[in-house]
Write a protein that binds this ligand. Sequence first.
Ligand code: DOR
Ligand code: ZN
Length: 447
Amino acid sequence: MSNQARFNDQRGLLLRAVRPYGEAAVDVRILDGTIAEIGADLAPADDETVIDGGGAVLLPGLVDLHVHLREPGREDAETVRTGSEAAALGGFTAVFAMPNTDPTADTAGVVEQVFRLGEQTGLVDVHPIGAVTVGRAGLQLAELGAMADSVARVRVFSDDGACVSDPALMRRALEYVKAFDGVIAQHAEEPRLTVGAQLNEGVVSARLGLTGWPAAAEEAIIARDTLLAAHVDSRLHVCHVSTAGSVDIIRAAKAKGWQVSAEVTPHHLLLTDDLAEDYDPVFKVNPPLRTASDIAALRAGLADGTIDCVATDHAPHSSEDKESEWGSASPGMLGLQTALSVVIETMVETGALDWRGVADRMSAAPARIGRLADQGRPIAIGSPANLVLVDDTAHWTVDRAALASKSRNTPYEGRTLPGRVVATFLRGTATVLDGKLVAGQVAGASR
Ligand code: DOR
Ligand code: ZN
């Protein structure tokens, strides 16, 4: 933080030859953490740091509504610091941390602890999500108001990893958060329909002899909760939508004008359930990988705005928890460092989204849902300089040993993906430059 202030006070930063939203190349001047000037061939001022963008695509810094940073409690799998590093390297400037920690983030004290760890790390803004129920046990509402009033200013609440399955409790949570413009982010899974479930219920689960996870377990909760949100006129956000039927239900709810938003993960846009053929638990995730027709519906839903945003559900797990037999392995996949590349492969290269669409689904929309005022803003004079520079011509091959996360459970090991994050700026300070962490200092820039 002190580096940032000193850097910005002393001199400006000039990004040369960058293409906002993939459009015409311009120069962008940043002063005091804010975009000060955009134009052709801006002359460098005295003492100004110049970074040559080389025609790379400039986007608003990405915002992730759904990550697991594991701190407090499972610092062997991830910490706020290592998760922030993965986020910055992935092009993110803000992340929302899920509360399934130990202790659970269900009090003002725990959300403040996570918030302060994020501030101390200073690479991305870390916004804690508060639990909906005490201990995420689904029995009693947590102190939502106290978390909202805390320094962490919590606006998103979720029992993620578990569903708020009691409809009366869900109704009360939706009513309660209206007082402070909060939103309930539901992990939609009817628990009575997923007892022992291991993999999407379909031909692959039947062939492998794994207990099936029916699409209806997700869709039944989404249908119920959209009705509840409409009934009490509150905001519902649906986490990690994974089925074609869910997209249809959300589309219908939005058509009625209900306050419903939704996210999809990169892995549900790319990977299918047949990857489980070899029982490799790196492909075990909750909700499970689905089918090619689900993927087609999710991509179409993201393209037409039925699904508002992409969220990674970055879920690091230690090798002890993850590298065991399928049945006992923990569900979840790393996502922060690969998200943008997977979205480029599945949405940009297929023509489903242009760069403005990517900026909306990965920055503006999640910032709006999470009620962040200074993230997700357009690339324009006066906007905070939360930015990511992406080389859209580059490809890279995922090497799990080289990822910043403390855990190694990427489903993309050995895959070559398009698009490389060159630099990430948080309020004008580079946290990543030339694809490497610079941790709050501008290093390697030419003057
Ligand atoms: O795959 C998952 N992993 N899904 C969840 O809902 C929770 C997450 C985790 O915490 O590992
Ligand atoms: Zn979840």
